[in-house]
Design a protein around this ligand. Structure first.
Ligand code: NAP
Length: 235
């Protein structure tokens, strides 16, 4: 992103990679609407919000159309536009389940969150992005979504992130005329509740590189599946 202040929404911003996005974006003097679901799991974010006039914690489950509609109204009345949408919320459940052991519900649940949240948040916030300056969307994907690199880990999660990549590709085509760029970025293996303690990357390092990569992305590069350094990941 450029140096001037942007209006940014981050989903799943109360912890992990999402919270780190908030921390670094506030550090760059952007105005950040930070999505969270439960006060009890969001104390760090809410405390941070009391100290920063540029931070707007907003309670929103990004699979809920009603709550996304409230979010849209809030951003519309406070800022009248959105410059940067970070679809970060995600879950990774039933990691070791075999396809023949899973219920359809296990698959649909993870699809609702990992695909549905990015699909819905973008749908609800699109009209505000149209009013944004050099608007960008990033969808947090995963190396596990690469079909060519796949080794069969985290079956429902990897399938849902493949679908997220295809959503990204479709949106990139659809939004060319709107001049909104969208890309899928894998944050790498990061030390969070999802990534666990053995992960090699800190959230700080991952997010700092993602923000640098996104800053340098042009509209002509929209629709790509990238790592934190901006290298293409094979589909
Ligand atoms: N960590 C890694 O190694 C890694 C690797 C590849 C990709 N990723 C991706 O990076 C993103 C962030 O991961 P992370 O490691 O920071 O995970 P995390 O620590 O488990 O945090 C997940 C975040 O998503 C939120 N969330 C889940 N469902 C939601 C919903 N329906 N509505 C709103 N928020 C919801 C959670 O909120 P609650 O606190 O309310 O549950 C939490 O803030 C995810 O998309 C993940 O798939 C992570």
């Amino acid at each position: 992103m450029q140096n001037n202040s942007k209006i940014v929404f981050v989903s799943g911003a109360n912890r992990g990679i999402g919270f780190e996005f908030v921390r670094q974006l506030i550090g760059k003097s952007h105005k950040v609407i930070a999505g969270y679901r439960d006060e009890n799991r969001s104390q760090d974010l809410l405390e941070f919000g009391k100290k920063s006039e540029n931070l707007f914690p907003f309670k929103v489950d990004v699979t809920s159309e009603k709550e996304l509609s409230e979010l849209k109204s809030f951003i519309s009345s406070e800022f009248g536009k959105l410059d940067f949408l970070i679809n970060n919320a995600g879950i990774n459940e039933n990691r070791s389940a075999k396809t023949v052991e899973m219920d359809l519900q296990d698959l649909t649940h993870i699809f609702n969150v990992n695909l549905g949240s990015a699909f819905l948040a973008t749908k609800f916030l699109h009209s505000l992005l149209l009013k944004g300056e050099n608007p960008k969307i990033i969808n947090l994907s995963s190396h596990l979504a690469s079909i060519s690199l796949s080794n069969g880990y985290s079956v429902p999660y990897s399938i849902s992130k493949v679908a997220l990549n295809m959503l990204t590709k479709n949106q990139a085509t659809e939004f060319q005329e709107d001049k909104i760029s969208v890309c899928a970025i894998s944050p790498g293996w990061v030390r969070t509740a999802m990534g666990g303690n053995s992960a090699p990357l800190s959230a700080e390092e991952s997010v700092s590189k993602i923000l640098e990569t996104v800053e340098n992305l042009s509209l002509s590069e929209s629709g790509q599946f990238l790592d934190i350094d901006g290298n293409k990941i094979p589909y």
